[in-house]
Design a protein around this ligand. Structure first.
Ligand SMILES: NC(=O)c1ccc[n+]([C@@H]2O[C@H](COP(=O)([O-])OP(=O)(O)OC[C@H]3O[C@@H](n4cnc5c(N)ncnc54)[C@H](OP(=O)(O)O)[C@@H]3O)[C@@H](O)[C@H]2O)c1
Length: 334
């Protein structure tokens, strides 16, 4: 069984394949034949030493995978051999409030992840893959899609949602917000991406390279009210604009730190906004299962930028690191 390990958090020379054994599944465990994995910004943050949480070197990287059940251990009734599965981002967060304990452990930083031909995990750490999706599509769901779904919780028909950029979380947020019947205003960095966002359903798109103070057109587009929900992936470089673009009683779902910059919180603007700031931590297994019902109902298809074969996993990381993607970068394990 081949597995890649990220030996050091430095550069991609430290991502190397190894021949490893795979243990049989124990009580309550499942052996998964991994068919596809997907990259997230988190994987680059880990690689470049920018991940804001503690992480162990020399683990198998990647948090997101889809595959089929190869065999099950004693007592497993949740899945049977041949079932198509995807992993939950947090293997031990099943529902309820986000756990602040070791139950919040993560793949690729606390324990081995999925860039391997096979992996053995608890049956409780997996969910059924939506039947209409290929393995390559299903592998994009655990982090980016569930995060977008959680960020949109409570959004209802007729609400206005603002998404930032065209990364994995933002494209899922756009697609899922449209499924929920919301109007979507998207920001992006150029006319070509703006067109693609419109094709995906964005009602209005603002180029933040042309209009860095994008909260002003957002206010205009909403009759002065502001937006009901902001899927805030920019962080330090975008939060100040988000506070100015959100409606009274709206919510800023704080997710990421893509945009560099200093954005000290303007207390007066935040106070006057009447908005709530909610920190998102991907989502639980229950959130994932709820989202999959919506994904299946609407036959939502993830936007896949490019698929690389397993033996070119390093090239997939390099492509993702070049920041030229639109949609998810996927590795097909065969
Ligand atoms: N808290 C959580 O649970 C959680 C979960 C998942 C991800 N995250 C975080 O969320 C962020 C997004 O993750 P991802 O995997 O979706 O990233 P990604 O796919 O790497 O997103 C890249 C895209 O972000 C956009 N971008 C870059 N700078 C921007 C800016 N100044 N303003 C607006 N958009 C900008 C660019 O699109 P354009 O060129 O179109 O602007 C770029 O193509 C990351 O910081 C990640 O760590 C957090």
């Amino acid at each position: 069984m081949q597995a890649y390990r990220l030996e050091r958090f430095e550069d991609l020379d430290s991502l190397t394949p190894h021949d490893e054994g795979v243990r049989p599944p124990g009580v309550g465990e499942v052996r998964v034949r991994v068919r596809a994995t997907a990259l997230n910004f988190r994987d680059l943050a880990l690689l470049h030493g920018r991940y804001p949480m503690t992480c162990r070197p020399n683990l198998i990287p990647l948090s997101d995978a889809a595959g089929e059940v190869a065999s099950v251990g004693e007592g497993v009734t949740r899945f049977k051999p041949g079932d198509r599965v995807v992993n939950s981002f947090f293997p031990r967060w099943f529902g309820g409030r986000f756990p602040s304990s070791s139950r919040a452990e993560q793949y690729g930083s606390d324990r081995d992840g999925w860039l391997a031909e096979e992996q053995v995990v608890s049956a409780e750490a997996l969910v059924a893959a939506p039947p209409h999706l290929s393995f390559e599509e299903a592998a994009t769901l655990p982090c980016a899609a569930v995060t977008a779904w959680t960020a949109l919780s409570g959004v209802t028909v007729g609400d206005t949602v603002l998404t930032q950029g065209s990364g994995g979380v933002s494209l899922f947020a756009l697609q899922l917000a449209k499924c929920l019947g919301a109007r979507v205003i998207a920001t992006t960095s150029g006319p070509e991406k703006a067109e693609r966002l419109k094709v995906l359903g964005a009602d209005a798109v603002i180029d933040y390279t042309v209009v860095p103070e994008w909260s002003a057109p957002v206010r205009e587009l909403t009759g002065g009210d502001g937006v009901d929900r902001i899927v805030e992936v920019g962080g330090p470089g975008t939060l100040a604009q988000s506070i100015r673009a959100v409606a009274t009683g709206g919510e800023i779902a704080m997710i990421g730190f893509l945009a560099a910059g200093e954005s000290p919180i303007d207390f007066g603007a935040l106070f006057l906004s009447g908005a709530t700031l909610r920190r998102i931590a991907v989502g639980s297994r229950a959130d994932f299962e709820e989202m999959n019902r919506a994904v299946s109902q609407h036959r939502l298809r993830p936007v896949v930028d490019r698929v690389f074969p397993f033996d070119q996993a390093v090239a997939a990381w390099r492509h993702f690191d070049s920041r030229r993607h639109f949609g998810k970068v996927v590795i097909a394990h065969g």
